[in-house]
Design a protein. Structure first.
Length: 286
């Protein structure tokens, strides 16, 4: 079964839109995305975030800064957004230029407005099992997994990649669902053997088609977070971390690239923005 992330994301956006339409009063959720420099992929991601935010009724704004902005000036901009009552979500698009300390920037964002879920307060709350702002990519993966595996209890999940953006928060979400989780990464020995014992594989390593058919049990579910640009017969092609063509008829469920995790990430950002709005405006516990 191919898990249609595009369709499931559309349904989630519709749900967010319906909830925004129901908000009484004139204030709507506000999302500000900060984009620094001219990183090509970031330009595309940010444009899509803005477009979909507007579609569901979020007041969305992109603040663009030159790549030479100082860390101090960037922090001042974030602090202004922290106190701006019309802004409920703040997202600083990564990667940042080398002269800016990513950790310090993330820690400048008000945790309640941290729709990326990268602030240590949110990271800590998620790993303690408390209510938290959950990073959008693993949250999107989680929703896709639940479509095919409503009960995850006792399953062996293998998370490939240990990033703060995906691997680590993904692990926390799966633990909460009573999975047995193995994280594998670039220094892990025998990744292939570990994957062969997985009921569920989440691949986020950035290596085109790394996960092969003979690594995966036939009743497994495979979620592909990878976005790799390959040149095939002179044309640019986007492929995931999984050998989709050879796996699609072999497994219980698999996400395509594009059209799998990607659209879910943006839909979850919109959902997180609404969640931040509800907390700030007193409609949900803080
Ligand atoms: N760059 C790539 N993925 C992400 C993400 O999820 N959030 C932010 N802020 N930047 C990114």
């Amino acid at each position: 079964m191919i898990i249609d992330g595009k369709k499931i994301a559309e349904q989630l956006r519709e749900k967010v839109k319906n909830n925004i339409d129901k908000i009484s009063g004139s204030q709507k959720p506000g999302l500000t995305v900060i984009l620094i420099g001219d990183h090509p992929a970031s330009q595309i991601y940010v444009r899509n975030k803005e477009k979909f935010a507007k579609e569901v009724g979020i007041n969305s704004e992109v603040l663009r800064f030159d790549k030479n902005i100082t860390e101090q000036n960037l922090k001042d901009e974030i602090r202004k957004l922290n106190t701006n009552p019309n802004v409920h979500g703040i997202l600083v698009q990564l990667p940042l230029p080398d002269h800016i300390n990513q950790k310090d920037i993330i820690e400048t964002i008000d945790p309640t407005k941290d729709v990326d879920g990268f602030h240590p307060v949110n990271v800590g709350n998620l790993s303690s099992g408390n209510d938290a702002m959950v990073p959008c990519t693993p949250l999107g993966c989680y929703y896709l997994i639940k479509q095919v595996l409503p009960n995850l209890s006792g399953l062996h999940a293998v998370v490939i990649g240990r990033s703060n953006i995906n691997g680590k928060p993904m692990t926390q979400l799966l633990l909460k669902e009573n999975c047995t989780v193995t994280i594998v990464h670039s220094k892990t020995k025998n990744i292939e053997e570990i994957c062969k014992r997985a009921d569920l594989i989440i691949a986020a390593v950035g290596k085109a088609k790394m996960v092969k058919k003979d690594w995966v049990k036939s009743d497994a579910v495979v979620i592909d977070v990878g976005i790799n640009r390959l040149e095939v017969e002179g044309k640019n092609k986007i492929v995931g971390d999984v050998d989709f063509e050879n796996l699609k008829d072999h497994v219980k469920g698999i996400t395509p690239v594009p059209g799998g995790v990607g659209p879910m990430t943006i839909a979850c950002l919109l959902e997180n923005t609404l969640k931040a709005f509800n907390k700030i405006s007193g409609n949900a516990p803080r």
